[in-house]
Design a protein. Structure first.
Lengths: 383, 394
């Protein structure tokens, strides 16, 4: 059966060249960068190359890149790191209500410790109102953490605007951008003028799992949350994940300038195919032309997302849902809820997320399958 | 103790008259099965006891855990096996008394049993001799024949055995001595417990699970597989049928009044289970039903469900409260798996207001609109069979 993977915002398939370098690092160049001998030096070189590749890809310098084990860890390091380093300057933090759980739950944990947090609301397209941000800023605000692209609906947050406002505020407010979903798809260079901290992850761009990076601008102090041998300039102790870093670099090298355009075309095709054929389909979040090029969130009214997901799976198509329903608990997506979508829309939401390895054939097949199974499932939608 | 043996006591089997060898042999088989992982374990049948030899001391605790899941075992003791020599018996008893004393046990008594009547001492004499020896050689310990902190047991059988600890077994009867039954397993808390309780009375189990892909996920099915695996630690091999139920649910949904959906579903499940049970030579169906727990488990509903089959239906939990069932599930180790939040097919196509007092007549009228035979046949034809066996590595 044809396999069409449209869950690339969850994770991606690793590239062959990524796998090759990882194997080489594990089997031949397996030294510990901290070792004094030749093997260690060899590994250190690989790590350095990887670090500079990551840095270059976002117009940063090598010394500003800290490798972590996951995007979640990078977000934790950024947020906790700032909160603990600058607690004397203030205890107020700002974020949005549609962040990834690794940001939201870190905020919640800090609130329990006595920090004060503001969560900015979003409109029905998943975007914040810049005026809300201005109003939320206080004298004791030390950090604003905002995602570049929302992982569920693909809305693009006005990070440059936000950065500009923060720059012009009366005191230093650190700016963290979770760019995990934007990286490789949207331009990063302009953002770097404004952001103090940026989170990137390898496995969303066809690299390996288990490696991510945090950009830390010059002059930004962080308090480490993992202590040990002082690797990564003391910010993230633990033997470096050299194979992961090498794989990360290989994945970055494979990104092409035309990727985003290709994705955008596919997404438009998918959006149009669905809305033309299925009257019960509603696109959630930004209109397809305005959102990130690879994420499309659609509710098929009357069909629970989870049911459609499994029905698609049977046809070889892999997607994800906005909410995980179970008999007793219903976990509706916090993002869709924040966008003020009706329960009916939340429960029937499906996320399609594309990668450069998808082609028009995939999209055509997906639309055809949807045309066939959606009406079928509608027969058994709730009474 | 390099000459440690596990002494297994079994209870009810004694009562079974001429069938006794059959019950004992089954228990031996099940004990051997439980000890598959212990390469050198040797199970020996003695007079009213089983002896397990050849387990290295570090593994004894593990072995006791495994044996704790073998129905028919009343209790287990780790005994020292020695020659039938009074001096050796005294020495072994003193050693164990010392260990107990060091653990803070201040009073003791000796209990003796002599099934080998050629041994020159009678039971009371053995107790007196051994007790006296311990008193002489262990400063501080006292005798208390009524409420001793520790009881030192001496048994004179094929050999002499000395032990003090007694670990309770699960009781019941050896699985395989009471025929076979078909368990309807849903993935919830109740049905695995119902299966456990039935197996405890010596009943071998097969199982049937109904799933409604795409309305239920693959994970829900895997959860049932995990539950079967846990059950198989007690029950042994379990043959499980995974029956696709979507088609049936959809057909009922489209053709019958919505308040009857649940009861109609249940009747389908019972009928299919019965057919599979006949195929597997099962003599009964087992369900986790309990009076009044949900709409489909009122007395009226249970009667209507029951009426769909001729086979005996065992409902071990019928008069249990949910809390009691949950406690049991925790004890047997299925609770954590059962509460994983995946949809099971019973919760789908749920009517808003299910009938609580269904009338058999009306239900049968609804069924007459459906092609029951062919729907059932199709489900059975498409069923997948999986065998769970805790002794087989996956």
């Amino acid at each position: 059966m044809r396999e069409i993977y449209l869950d690339n915002s969850a994770t991606t398939c690793a590239l062959p060249e990524v796998v090759d370098v990882i194997r080489e690092c594990l089997t031949c160049k397996y030294g510990n960068p901290s070792s004094l001998h030749q093997k260690g030096l060899e590994a250190e070189k690989i790590l350095r190359y990887a670090r500079s590749t990551v840095a270059e890809s976002i117009c940063a310098k090598e010394k500003n890149i800290v490798f972590t084990a996951s995007g979640t860890e990078a977000n934790n390091l950024a947020i906790q790191g700032i909160a603990r380093a600058y607690v004397r300057a203030g205890k107020h933090l700002i974020t949005t209500s549609i962040e990834h759980p690794s940001v939201l739950n870190t905020f919640k944990a800090l609130e329990e410790e006595g920090f004060d947090a503001s969560y900015l609301n979003v409109n029905s397209e998943g975007v914040i109102d810049i005026e809300d941000l201005k109003a939320a800023i206080r004298k004791d605000t030390i950090l604003v953490s905002i995602m570049y692209v929302n992982n569920e609906v693909g809305s693009i947050l006005p990070v440059i605007n936000i950065g500009d406002i923060l720059k012009k505020s009366g005191h230093k407010i650190y700016f963290h951008v979770d760019a995990v979903q934007a990286y490789g798809k949207l331009p990063m260079a302009d953002l770097m003028e404004y952001a103090d901290l940026v989170t990137l992850s390898a496995h969303k761009i066809h690299g390996p799992k288990g490696i991510a990076a945090l950009y830390v601008s010059d002059g930004t102090r962080l308090k480490a949350i993992i202590h040990g041998g002082g690797q990564e300039r003391g910010l993230r102790s633990g033997t470096e994940n050299v194979p992961g870093a090498a794989g990360f670099a290989a994945a970055i090298k494979a990104i092409n300038e035309g990727d985003a355009l290709h994705l955008k075309d596919l997404k438009s095709m998918l959006a149009k195919g669905i809305t033309d054929a299925l009257p019960n389909a509603v696109i959630n979040g930004p209109i397809p032309e305005e959102g990130a090029p690879h994420i499309l969130n659609v509710s098929f009214k009357g069909i629970r997302g989870e049911v459609l997901l499994h029905a698609l799976e049977r046809e070889g198509i892999y997607v994800s849902t906005g909410s995980a329903c179970s008999s007793k608990r219903q976990k509706v997506s916090h993002v869709l809820k924040a966008m003020n979508l009706s329960n009916a829309l939340c429960e029937s939401a499906i996320r399609f997320s594309l990668s450069v390895f998808n082609d028009e054939e995939d999209i055509k097949y997906t639309v055809d399958v949807l045309k066939r199974i959606v009406p079928e499932l509608m027969r058994f939608s709730g009474r | 103790m390099s000459n440690s043996v596990i002494l297994i006591k079994y209870g009810e089997i004694h009562l079974k008259g001429l069938n006794r060898p059959f019950f004992e042999n089954m228990l031996v088989k099940n004990v051997k099965r439980a000890l598959t992982d212990f390469g050198n374990a040797e199970v020996i049948k003695g007079e009213g006891r089983l002896y397990v030899k050849g387990i290295i001391p570090e593994q004894i605790k593990n072995a006791l855990d495994k044996l704790g899941k073998v129905f028919g075992i009343v209790s287990m003791s780790v005994a020292e096996e020695i020659d039938k020599d009074m001096e050796a018996i005294k020495a072994a008893a003193l050693k164990q008394a010392k260990e107990a004393y060091l653990e803070g046990k201040k009073t003791f008594k000796v209990e003796s049993r002599r099934s080998d009547k050629t041994f020159p001492y009678k039971s009371p004499d053995i107790s007196r001799e051994v007790g006296g020896y311990i008193l002489e050689n262990l400063q501080g310990i006292k005798v208390d024949v009524h409420f001793p902190d520790v009881t030192i047991n001496v048994e004179i059988r094929e050999k002499a055995y000395v032990y003090c600890d007694n670990v309770l077994g699960p009781g019941g009867m050896p699985v395989g001595t009471s025929g076979k039954a078909m368990l309807l397993i849903s993935g919830g808390i109740d049905s695995p417990v119902a299966g456990y309780m039935t197996a405890k009375r010596g009943v071998e189990l097969s199982a049937v699970h109904f799933f409604s892909y795409p309305y239920t996920s693959q994970r829900a099915k895997e959860k049932v597989e995990d539950l079967c695996r846990i059950l198989s630690e007690y029950v042994g091999r379990i043959k499980t049928y995974m029956v696709p139920f979507t088609e049936i649910q959809q057909t009922i949904y489209e053709n019958c009044p919505s308040d009857q959906l649940t009861i109609l579903n249940r009747r389908f499940m019972m009928r299919i289970a019965q057919r599979l049970a006949q195929k597997e030579r099962c003599k009964a169906l087992v369900t986790g039903e309990s009076i009044g727990q949900v709409a489909s488990q009122t007395l009226d509903s249970l009667s209507v469900t029951q009426a769909s089959v001729d086979m005996l239906v065992i409902r071990p939990l019928i008069a249990f409260d949910k809390i009691e069932i949950m406690d049991l599930a925790q004890k047997i180790g299925t609770y954590e798996t059962s509460i994983l939040p995946y949809e099971d097919c019973c919760t789908l196509f749920l009517p808003r207001h299910p009938v609580t007092k269904p009338k058999l007549e009306l239900i049968e009228r609804s069924e007459s609109k459906l092609d029951i035979k062919s729907l059932e046949q199709q489900a059975i034809d498409e069923a997948e069979m999986v065998i769970f066996d805790s002794t087989k590595r996956v």
